[in-house]
Write a protein that binds this ligand. Structure first.
Ligand code: SAH
Ligand code: SF4
Ligand code: F3S
Length: 478
């Protein structure tokens, strides 16, 4: 969830382009966007690319040829935030070398570190020209103009206007270049205030995008060849809006409507909070074939005492009952979760409760982290910090268990015939990588011209991070 992601570059200018078009590309300013953090940041990076495209920039994958380097940053744990400052140190040297050649290099910091640290970034990193927050990046072209005129900019005031109303739509060519799956942010921000978490401070309070905006964007994606859309939100299942019928809609209603878009074969959503899993959403899992049987539903810890201290506002037993209801609606659903070990005050017995809840749920995949103290959160004021070596030991035990569950889940898939969405060329010629309904990567012999198709395959084996399959047709008559 917190991997580095580098956005794919815009497609190279096709050979058929006229000399004028090629000239536009070579004369355009180029931006390199480095994305840290969660899927929301991946989506935001694409939309910052859109804002900059409207201003004549093309995206590049080659940092060396960039006129603008934009870091889209994450503040969730201390390590994530530290990475930004070490990257900025390296960029300062690059900017100096460029200046010596008489070439411009602008540096921008966007995302959650930008929101949390603002001016502090300019103070610590003289090479930075622009600091822009997650709610203000539609103003990026203006900020760059001001910076180019000689004034460094911090623009992190929560915008009163809806940034999505001000962003140019992603072009068809851009959507195509990004493949057959896409993210679509439907909800942002968080009002839950878990005591360990910076998100309510970096992303602001919960805001839902209106139904019509979401449907238009989904249709545009499908129109450009996207087959699978993942709806995003920090609390995606807290999404709420007014439906065209005048009723108050929840995420379940929205999913029913999106499922009716012709050509939209697969729907997913992430990340959900257990308190916002309402009946309509659980029903959607029972009734919608295109809603994939995979659910990321973090619990963080198993002990009720720690859940309370974290302000999760549910117990372990309530979480387990909820999963029972979800599994009753969709028996083949694969569960995923997030865990934190070493929250202040966590005893050995509390930690045993986390292992117990993991045993009971049996996760198909999961992410687990050592608690990291975040300035400004209530957790930072707690005195009973858990020693680092205890956190390390607990994380190892938890991860051993989670990895075993993940491997067992993968093994249980062998022999099954499934629908596979072909996504991208595989490592070996003649192979294509697809996604199973349960979000696993699957290698299969297929033609790259089939990318975007959903084919029937039989799972025949497991690898370290993926599965192997053969086309189901080849089994006919055998
Ligand atoms: N909105 C989602 C989570 C967003 S943050 C939810 O409520 O579940 C993604 C994950 O990072 C969290 O689920 C949590 O496991 C982890 N995380 C957040 N703050 C953290 C911290 N201070 N230390 C360690 N892990 C943290
Ligand atoms: Fe953070 Fe909790 Fe909000 Fe998730 S629900 S983003 S963990 S405060
Ligand atoms: Fe990180 Fe911000 Fe996402 S803190 S996890 S990039 S919401």
């Amino acid at each position: 969830m917190n991997e580095h992601v580098t956005l794919p570059a815009a497609p190279a200018a096709p050979a058929a382009l006229g000399a004028d078009d090629a000239a536009i590309r070579s004369n355009s300013r180029k931006v390199f966007i480095k994305t840290y953090g969660c899927q929301m940041n991946v989506y935001d990076s694409t939309r910052m690319g859109d804002a900059l495209a409207g201003d004549g920039y093309v995206t590049t994958e080659d940092m060396g040829e960039a006129d603008l380097i934009l870091l889209n940053t994450c503040h969730i744990r201390e390590k994530a935030a530290d990475k930004v400052y070490s990257a900025l140190g390296r960029l300062r040297d690059m900017k100096k070398a460029r200046a010596a050649e008489g070439r411009e290099l602008m540096i921008g910091v966007a995302g959650c570190v930008a929101q949390a640290e603002g001016e502090e970034i300019l103070r610590r990193s003289p090479a930075v020209d622009v600091v822009i927050g997650p709610q203000t990046y539609h103003r990026l072209p203006q900020a760059l103009k001001t910076a180019r005129a000689g004034t460094r900019v911090v623009d992190t005031e929560y915008a009163v206007e809806d940034k999505f109303e001000h962003l140019p739509a992603t072009s068809k060519a851009q959507i195509r270049s990004r493949g057959v799956t896409a993210f679509l942010t439907v909800q942002e921000g968080c009002d839950k205030f878990c005591t360990f978490c910076v998100v309510p401070y970096t992303r602001g309070s919960e805001v839902s995008r209106p139904v019509s905006q979401i449907i238009d964007e989904a249709k545009r994606l499908v129109d450009a060849g996207v087959r699978e859309v993942t709806l995003l939100g920090q609390n995606v299942n807290a999404w709420a809006g007014e439906g065209p019928d005048g009723r108050n809609w929840s995420l379940g209603d929205l999913l029913y409507t999106l499922a009716d878009i012709p050509g939209l074969a697969r729907l997913r959503y992430t990340t959900s909070h257990p308190r916002d899993m309402d009946d309509k959403l659980i029903d959607a899992h029972r009734n919608l074939r295109s809603l994939m049987p995979y659910l990321h539903l973090p619990v963080q810890a198993g002990s009720d005492r720690i859940l309370k201290a974290m302000n999760r506002r549910h117990t372990g037993a309530e979480y387990l009952r909820l999963i029972e209801r979800i599994r009753a609606a969709r028996p083949d659903i694969a569960m995923s979760g997030d865990f934190i070990v070493g929250f202040p005050g966590e005893t050995d017995r509390d930690f045993e409760d986390t292992l117990k809840i993991v045993e009971e749920v049996n996760y198909a995949s999961a992410f687990s982290f050592k608690y990291s103290t975040r300035p400004g959160t209530p957790g930072a004021d707690l005195t009973d910090q858990v020693p680092e070596e205890v956190k390390t030991e607990r994380l190892e035990r938890l991860q051993t268990l989670l990895l075993k569950q993940q491997a067992d889940f993968a093994t249980s898939c062998v022999g099954k015939t499934i629908d596979l969405l072909l996504e991208k060329p595989g490592r070996m010629p003649g192979q294509v990588i697809g996604r199973s309904p349960w979000l696993q990567s699957v290698n299969v012999d297929a033609k790259t011209s089939q990318i975007g198709e959903i084919i029937r395959v039989r799972i025949i084996g497991t690898g370290p991070n993926s599965l192997f399959a053969e086309p189901a047709e080849s089994l006919m008559g055998s």
